[in-house]
Design a protein around this ligand. Structure first.
Ligand SMILES: [Zn+2]
Ligand SMILES: [Zn+2]
Length: 365
């Protein structure tokens, strides 16, 4: 090879890491603007690394989170399940310590956590002070230890080994206030049977990926939407204890308490106060602006008899016209209209039914 070719081959090779970095450090934005007085933080509070049964190193989890536009993460390796113990240190504070400087450098809030793993019943303890204090304890004493450390604790994937029940050990843990939330969404799986306990026992709705493999950016990731007063560990802690969360599967399903679903839908779906109809135009209707990364599937449940409203999906970051047709007996003068629309892809935690919202506007025919 000529010296000149050698130089160009060397230059090309030296560029490869830069090209690779360019691909790895690309963030796909998923905007969640503020809702009322709250920031809406995307938080994945349940994920694994090689420090238990995950496939990746803690820094990889942080980079994935950055690429997928997460605001908050918790690495929660298992306390009592350690398939890699021959090869990797089993000090459970290490994944947090390794990930923390990178997360903070990239502006991601990182929360120390552990998955308390006792047979088929698993809980995540967040904001722990001693990651290694849970090993070898039975469930109730591990949960008591979490409470002693000031943790926010939630019951993970309640029905993963068959239908969840309010088992005696869960009832004991709940009456001793040893946990504060339930994971209704774990990855793509929804545990409807656990949903009524949210309202019944005053628990916080949780939704997380529980990711073990590498995360592919094109795959939707289940996260908590946390309504926080500030973007910080303390901000997240306060919001979780106050129950200001929703579980989102990253694509369509959104589950939460009525108050928070309503606040989010009201903040993100914007309709004008007046709608002008163009005679003869086929696409008249109510333009709905959606500023967020959520999609909203709308179905009319109540409208004036002289009006036909078509079901519509409002995709993320679009303005989409909810199409309205007027029947011949529609008023010829401007009139005040109230449409009640079901947000079909939402689930109200208190009832299990989709949220229904009224939209009011003046129709100018
Ligand atoms: Zn688990
Ligand atoms: Zn897990």
């Amino acid at each position: 090879m000529s010296p000149r070719r050698l130089v160009s081959a060397f230059l090309l090779l030296s560029l490869l890491p830069a090209l690779r970095a360019q691909q790895e450090m690309v963030r796909r934005h998923r905007p969640m603007p503020a809702a009322g007085p709250y920031l809406v933080l995307k938080a994945d509070l349940h994920m694994h690394t090689v420090f238990s049964d995950g496939q990746v190193w803690p820094i990889t989890r942080v980079m994935e989170a950055w690429r997928e536009d997460l605001d908050v993460i918790a690495i929660t390796d298992h306390d009592d399940y350690r398939p890699n113990e021959k090869d990797v240190s089993m000090d459970l504070s290490r994944p947090y310590e390794i990930a923390r400087p990178v997360a903070e450098g990239l502006g991601i809030v990182i929360i120390p956590g552990v998955e308390i793993t006792k047979g088929d019943i698993h809980f995540n303890a967040l904001f722990v002070r001693d990651h290694n204090a849970f090993r070898g304890k039975e469930l109730i004493s591990a949960l008591t230890e979490a409470k002693k450390q000031g943790a926010f604790t939630f019951w993970n994937h309640p029905g993963w080994k068959g239908r969840a029940e309010w088992w005696p050990v869960i009832a004991t843990a709940c009456s001793d206030r040893l946990f504060q939330g339930i994971e209704l969404l774990n990855g793509p799986v929804y545990y409807e049977e656990a949903r009524p306990w949210i309202g019944q026992y005053g628990l916080t709705v949780m939704g997380n990926s529980d990711i073990h493999n590498a995360s592919l950016p094109e795959d939707p990731r289940t996260v908590n939407l946390v309504l926080a007063r500030e973007r910080s560990v303390e901000g997240v802690r306060e919001a979780l204890h106050a129950g200001r969360t929703m579980a989102w599967d990253g694509a369509r399903r959104l589950i939460g308490r009525r108050e928070w679903l309503e606040l989010l839908a009201r903040s993100y779906l914007q309709a004008p106060g007046e709608v002008r109809f163009t005679p003869g135009f086929w696409y008249n209707g109510l333009p709905l602006g959606n500023r967020s990364a959520l999609s909203f599937e709308l179905r009319p449940v109540d409208a004036p008899a002289w009006m036909e409203v078509l079901p519509t999906v409002v995709p993320p970051r679009t303005t989409t016209v909810l199409q309205i047709r007027l029947r011949p007996d529609a008023p010829k003068q401007p009139s005040r209209v109230t449409l009640r629309l079901e947000l079909s892809n939402t689930t109200v935690a208190e009832t299990g039914a989709p949220l229904v919202l009224p939209f009011e506007f003046t129709l100018n025919p």
